[in-house]
Design a protein around this ligand. Sequence first.
Ligand SMILES: *[C@@H]1O[C@H](CO)[C@@H](O)[C@H](O)[C@H]1NC(C)=O
Length: 185
Amino acid sequence: MKHSVTSSSFAPNGVRITPLLLAALGISVAIAGCSADSSTTAQTAAAAPTSPFLAEVAEQIGLPASTWTAFGTHTAMGYTTAAAENTSIEGMKADCDNINLNRKLAADFRSDVFGPGVKGFFYKCQSVLPDTNMYWFTISSADEAQIDTLCNPTTNYPIIYDEQHDTYWIDEPFTCTSRANPAYS
Ligand SMILES: *[C@@H]1O[C@H](CO)[C@@H](O)[C@H](O)[C@H]1NC(C)=O
């Protein structure tokens, strides 16, 4: 059972620190019948719905207040030309390295396929074959149909040019391992 421990007396990012400060002052930290133990702290940190940092990220990428979300992996192959004959070794490595170092946020992911409004976050990449990268994603949209399309293994992704890496990508279908119903960002 999940309890919110983010009351007005707790800074959103102070869930771990504040109880320690309060404890030092001899003040009980039991909130809503739920002590701020480590498991509660972990749940709250994972959701982080009121993080000012995430609120700013949400604002900057235009994330609606309530969205459908999918989590999973997908694979992609990068090529040097639109004819997709030769693997873009450098481009595939650069994209993977960049995601592993910096993560990647897409404000309008594959609008050519989904239409506008799909928010993509790519946070891990691994080269799984000489010509194939695997990516770990979470993707969100206010439009449930877009997430259905994303999670449909028959959805087709036309080859797309990536100027940053001078690479033509073929996205393979996305594998959604879990989904979440609308929740406020
Ligand atoms: C693909 O690589 C081969 C071998 O290096 C080369 O001969 C060919 O021109 C390349 N094709 C394209 C479209 O770049």
